[in-house]
Design a protein around this ligand. Structure first.
Ligand code: ZN
Length: 146
């Protein structure tokens, strides 16, 4: 069982030690050296479309998994309660599929954000239609005295 420690920091240190998650809540980012030992620095930014981190008071859980597709090692693992759980090696095909899903989710997220002003536009249209029918009613009253 491979255990990772964690350090809450404000700024990321120059030297990232193996087996330590450096967490900067100020900057919403988590950095660690690839768990395979290849020495590559893994940056997992925390965001609604990125990684979510939970801290149970003793250990860190990161979600989703860490997939280092861009590194030679192509390592893939979960960090759950401070423990590295290795995933089986993924084929390029599967990696591409996952990347596509991730991109779609990201697009959906930003689309849903874009959709908010559209809803406001619709309700504004409804309002103006309502006020228009009021105007018609006044005109009707004026013309026909009812
Ligand atoms: Zn690696």
């Amino acid at each position: 069982m491979m255990i990772v420690e964690h350090k809450f920091v404000e700024f990321m240190p120059e030297i990232i030690e193996d087996g330590v998650l450096y967490i900067s809540l100020d900057y919403g980012t988590v950095i660690h050296n690839c768990a395979c030992g290849c020495g590559s620095e893994v940056n997992t930014p925390l965001s609604p479309t990125g990684w979510k981190m939970s801290y149970n008071g003793e250990a860190i859980t990161l979600n989703p998994s860490v997939g280092n597709w861009s590194f030679d090692c192509k390592s893939h693992y979960w960090i759950t309660n401070g423990v590295i759980e290795w995933a089986s090696t993924w084929s390029d095909d599967r990696i591409n599929k996952i990347r596509k899903i991730e991109n779609n989710e990201r697009d959906k997220f930003y689309e849903s954000k874009k959709r908010i002003p559209t809803v406001i536009e619709i309700s504004e249209k409804q309002d103006s239609e309502e006020s228009l029918s009021k105007k018609k009613w006044w005109l009707w009253k004026l013309l026909f005295g009812e």
